[in-house]
Design a binder for this molecule. Sequence first.
Ligand code: ARG
Length: 563
Amino acid sequence: MDYKLEIAKKISNMIEMETEKVLDLMEIPPQPNMGDYAFPCFQLAKVVRKAPNMIAKELAQKVEKDNIVEKAEAAGGYLNFFVNKEEFIKEVINQVLEQEDKYGSSDEGEGKTVLVEFSSPNIAKPFHIGHLVNTITGNAIEKIFKHLGYKTVKLNHIGDYGTQFGKLISAYKRWGNDEVIEKDPINELLKIYVKFHEEAEKDPSLEDEGRMYFKRLEEGEPEAVALWEKFRELSLKEFKKLYNDFNIEFDSYAGESFYSDKMPEVIEILKDKNLLKESSGAQIVDLEQFNLPPCIIIKSDGATIYATRDLAAAIYRKRTYDFHKSLYVVGNTQALHFKQVFSVLKLAGFDWADDCVHIGTSLVKFADRKLASRKGDVIYAKEVVDEAVEKTLEIINSKNPNLENKEDVARKVGMGAIIYTFLKNNMDRDIIFSWEDMLNFEGESGPYVLYSYVRGKSILKKAENININPDLSCLKTEDEFNLAKQLNFFNETVKQAAERYEPFVITRYVTDLAKAYNKFYNTHPILTADEEIRDARLALTKAVTTVLDTGLGLLGIQTPESM
Ligand code: ARG
């Protein structure tokens, strides 16, 4: 049963307002002693021309007690509802235990496809921490939409096209050593690429050579193509190791190069609609009506660019997947680029441009000492992950040295700590990276939530001879009611996270649920309580661990059995 909906229906029956509208207006009172749901009467007051507090008073008298509502009270212009606690607790716990990992899911997305483009690193370049933020955020967003019944497609728009690959081919032919490259592909390719630039400063003819190889690559000359493919394969192999660590799989790795032969059509479309203009030798689309700088489609040297490939990609994706929404999880620094691309699509008459959304991820700032990065300001994702796992292992070694599968647990907890940190706040804020906060088992952190989960699990493991159909009406304390309320709130939380494209809503939620469970655990005996109460509290514990597991799972955090 959906309590909010049932109460909204009751309200809707008493007044002239659709249930949907009532639902929209309903709030959660700021304090639990003010009730569980509130309906503000201010909007209604304008329609019926009565003071809001009068309306609230009149309605309160009309509400009858039943198995859903205990009572309703007027407080100023608000009509506050108190749910029937005993029924509520029973209903919620049973729902979770029945639905298990489907709890909080819905069918709102049935028949709709949501594309989530995320990660999108550049080949032969290091996978840096910004790409890791996009990877983790996109992964969570995909899981959230999937939970709501959408068909999701995970796209990795690999950066595998551009003049730099001509230079890399030239560098490889001069200094490439396969044996060394196989061992550490990305760093080695980066090294020879840097060397190319150093040498080109002394001998500018190298630049011409680079251009020549790029031209050959574009013309499909077999040797150049084979080398490019080799760089791509080696890079993808490295990236996939990281994806594997985070349990991420993509449905498509079609990157920029995939769209290069689809650009002429874009240019045709723009020409047809009279949108292309010449400006100092380049072809642009004017975006003044959107208050944006022009979008360059063809550079003055005839080369097409990043934006043109994105236009081709968007059109291709609409045709291929007929998406309901096409989401781009990419750093905030590219906000302007996406505004331009979506505006050009709109000008070209593609109404679905409005269904394209750039989800701009935040920058990572470091609160404590620099990471062990070899190169100044570029922080490699792999280093962060390795260090997090290592540090977690140290903590486990000091706290729980006899733990089984320590390495595996450290991996899950360490990576969970990173994910939590990246998804802790909304995307308007920078991500503050601090090892101390991140691995603090007592503060608001991944390990804290995981620890609460593991604690619940271990209680369940210790329990013996339990009644699996306990009498839940013996859960009578405020802490237990509060936990049931938290559990019930999961449904709305998932919806809100999707609506706002903000995984932090879920992070916040699992933290609150873990806190509420810890408070309950610290105040009330479970295993040592009277049998009836014990069994009911175990059922509650099971419901909490189930929802924690699901919530963490939506963030991409894996749960260990013990830690
Ligand atoms: N490869 C780009 C980068 O590393 C990100 C690509 C973003 N996606 C897109 N459709 N433009 O900055």
